[in-house]
Design a protein around this ligand. Structure first.
Ligand code: ACO
Length: 333
């Protein structure tokens, strides 16, 4: 069996900064509420009229990751694209990236696992590499949330949280069993699917039904925030412990935890639970909000660029989100 290691990272966020004060001009909200409940100060939203999309942002992040990995794009064997905001209902963004980057006719897979999307995508890529099927896999997480949010007071419980952005990693085959992805653990609990969802349009609830009913807002995200929060703190902790224990490790072995950026309060809860110092948990939700499938990979790229992850470090990635789905990745860097 081979080991997979991350050999290149890249991220892209739109230039347009939307502050909490900017949002308070659109809806009944305020900077104090948003910061106190979520930690978010600002987020990036694609400007109205911009041609940017999940696929195009993903392509920009991918180009950086490919360059950092020092490979030619023709050496990429497979694409995995995680998003809940694809450019089209179908086909998925994976094939768009294949075309945008001018890649040969390699396979392209989309992962629809919301905030856990990048962790799931990394886990799938890891399996393909471990078994020797592929050598270099391009893994992308990208979200264009702002185009689909209810930016009136009605939608304030959700719309203030989400931001746009993309990140990408090249996962590369290695012969070194000591370094790279040590394990991934994935979970789901579909009975809570409707606690955090965009229900329409879907085949079960198609466009004419929505158009015929002005009160039908099923195309906007719905979130039972308190319920999601309570589940998140439990599942984050469980799945991190599961990953550590599988590898005979304990929380004191963690050098860096990069949690999905759902809410700064969730990250702080997990930090406290595992007695981690501030410099052992990387958060950037303050600047970007929750970028769902992009959040972990944007945070990982930034933390790496800032020199916060060093060779030999034990890195833990963990995510929880709609589905519910959750997961962890344990990496020896
Ligand atoms: N500005 C001002 N007031 C607001 C806003 C806002 N933006 N949003 C809601 N409120 C009000 C509500 O109307 C409510 O008022 P009321 O008491 O008069 O009814 C009050 O604030 C409290 O609302 P809650 O929803 O109970 O607020 P809560 O403290 O739960 O915070 C939050 C909401 C931040 C969304 C939190 O529940 C949370 O972070 N949940 C988890 C999110 C998460 O982890 N998501 C998973 C990943 S996302 C994915 O997978 C796609």
């Amino acid at each position: 069996m081979y080991t997979s290691r991350i050999s290149g990272l890249g991220h892209f966020v739109p230039d347009n900064i939307v502050t909490n004060d900017d949002l308070s001009k659109l809806m009944d909200t305020n900077d104090e509420w948003i910061q106190e409940r979520t930690g978010i100060k600002e987020r990036r939203w694609i400007e109205n009229g911009s041609p940017e999309t999940s696929a195009s942002m993903g392509a920009k992040a991918a180009n950086i990751a490919i360059e950092k990995a020092g490979i030619d794009k023709d050496e990429i064997d497979f694409i995995i694209f995680a998003t809940l905001s694809p450019d089209m209902y179908f086909p998925g963004c994976g094939v768009q990236i294949q075309e945008m980057l001018g890649l040969p006719t390699i396979g392209a897979l989309d992962v629809r696992n919301q905030c856990s999307g990048f962790v799931y995508a990394l886990s799938v890529a890891d399996q393909f590499i471990k078994t020797g099927m592929y050598q270099n896999i391009l893994v992308i997480g990208s979200e264009f949330h702002s185009g689909g949010l209810d930016v009136t007071t009605r939608g304030r419980g959700v719309s203030v949280i989400f931001g746009d952005g993309a990140g990408a990693a090249i996962l590369n085959r290695s012969d070194d069993p000591e370094r790279g992805i040590l394990s991934t653990h994935l979970h789901s609990e579909g009975k809570h699917a409707r606690e955090l969802t965009v229900e329409g349009p879907s085949i079960a609830h198609w466009v004419p039904e929505i158009l015929n009913n002005p009160d039908d807002l099923s195309y906007y995200p719905y979130m039972n925030g308190t319920f999601v929060f309570k589940n998140a703190v439990v599942r984050f902790s469980e799945v991190i412990m599961e990953g550590l224990q599988t590898n005979g490790l304990s929380p004191s072995d963690i050098d860096m935890l990069i949690p999905h950026q759902a809410n700064l309060r969730i990250s702080q809860f997990v930090q406290k639970k595992f007695s981690l110092r501030d410099d052992q948990v990387y958060n950037n939700i303050q600047k970007y909000g929750n970028t769902t499938a992009a959040s972990i990979i944007i945070a990982l790229t930034e933390a790496h660029e800032k020199g916060k992850i060093n060779q030999g470090d034990l890195l833990v990635l963990a995510a929880f989100g709609s589905g519910f789905t959750w997961g962890s990745v344990i990496i020896r860097w």
